[in-house]
Structure formats: C-alpha cells, structure tokens
Ligand binder design. Sequence first.
Ligand code: NCD
Length: 280
Amino acid sequence: MRLKLGEIVPRPLDVVPVVALVFFEPSTRTRFSFEMAAQRLGVKTVSFVADASTSVAKGESLHETLQTLIAMRPDLLVVRHSGDRAVEYLLKTTATPIINAGNGVEEHPTQALLDAMTIFERKKKLEGEKILFIGDVEHSRVARSDRSLFLKMGAEVAVCAPKRFAPKTLDWLETKQFSSLSEGLKWCTVCVGLRIQKERHQNVESGVSNEYIENFRLDKKNLSNLNSEAIIMHPGPFVDGVDLNHEILNDPRCVIHEQVTNGVYMRMAVMGDIFGVSYS
Ligand code: NCD
C-alpha cells in the first residue's frame, strides 16, 4: 500500500510507538528528559542531532532533513530548532503529532509546564505568586512560555533586566519592571534566573561586564534579599559565575534540580496523553 505524506500510518495496537527526537540546536536536559520519559512510558525513540555525522553537514537544508525524517513516519516528533521559517511551516502543515521542544526565541511549552509543576509542588498554588524573571528576558523562549502559562494560572509576573535584555515584544508591554535586583528579589516569591542567549543576539551587545554580574547574578550576596519562603529557579544550562554562582545550588530555596526531575514526569504526561498510555 502506498501512503501519501501526511496520512496516518495504520499500525496494529501491539506495535510500540516510535518517537523521533529531532534537535537542530544543542540540548542536554530537554532531549535527555524526553528520552527518559519515553523509556519510562515504554515507547521507543530515535534521535537526530544536527551534527557532523548527518547530511546537514553535507549542505542539506533543515527543511529537507525534517521532511525526510517525517517520511519515515514516526508516531510523534519532538522538535527543537532555531526559528527557521521553512521548518516552522513544515511543522504547521504535517499531520504527524509534534511537541515543540523550543523554537527560536518564541516558545518552550514543556519547560513552562514543568516550571509550573515545580512551583505548584513547593508553593501548593500558582495563583497570587509573584514571579520575577532576571537577565536576558528578551531572547528567552522559556520566559515567554512561562509568562503566558503563569498569567493564565493567576500569578503576577515581573522582569529585572538591563536595557539591552529587557523584553521589547508586545506580549511583555505591561509587565512590571524592576531596575534594582534587590527590590525585585524583595518583591517576588519565585525568582527565575536566565542564561544570556548569545546565540540569538543580533544587534545587541552579548558581552558580560562586571556591572552585569554585580546587578543580575544569582549569588549568595544578591539572594540575601530574597524571602526565606521564596524559591530560586533556572531552566538550565547555567553559566557558573555569570547568571548564577554554583554556591546557590545548596540553598534550600533552590529548586533547579527539582525542575529537571519534574521535566521527565511532565513529558511522560504529555506524551502519555498523545499515546493514550499512563504510568503509575
Ligand atoms: C533553555 C532553552 O533551550 O531554551 N534550556 C532548556 O531547555 N532547559 C534555556 C537556555 O538554553 O538557556
């Protein structure tokens, strides 16, 4: 039987689904987390990373690479890319189910879900929580997806960023801004550190000055302004000494590794929902 692209492949129910993990950008925790989640659910994975061993290195376009992988008919695609328009278009038009694992500066929905889960576990609610994003908010897809989910859940959101990294897109227009980190940390119940996204910088200065470190780094000194009941988050990866100092990993308010653990459970829930399987 010949199938047209976009048709769902009929398969017997006893055949284990195969998830294609397609990462056109670097990733440690997101890719591994999807892989762990799939293994825990008992579904199979195949992984594509755009490196020197693939046809991307021979000059094949990302669009054609993705089209080729789709033609192999995975049951689900998990895709990360830098915001390539042709890839975006293909993802919007294919019939294969897709989970967005991060697209350019735009969205990272499963990160938002696992972040909400982590806040919920610690604070028992999101409603009324005061969430502060610190650092390169403008280029952060995590902050963008978090913001949209947290507001829906009734939280308040604010930003503390230098001018070059303050969000300029319309979605952030009415967001409270703190120019002083100590003021922001006194206000919030959840603070979220962010890595400087230098791979996404066009027309902005990426460099890290002592002033940036002094004013925006999560370290012992700055965190002395944070309430004892508040929590410290970061989606990772972090650059030690720049967006945070590793000393804070031992702070009982720090939930960075809980976020990673919750990522696996959340991705199990999302993929499990798609395949109609659950894990107990
Ligand atoms: C983030 C990403 O890729 O958007 N990391 C992640 O998925 N946990 C943040 C970053 O790279 O700084």
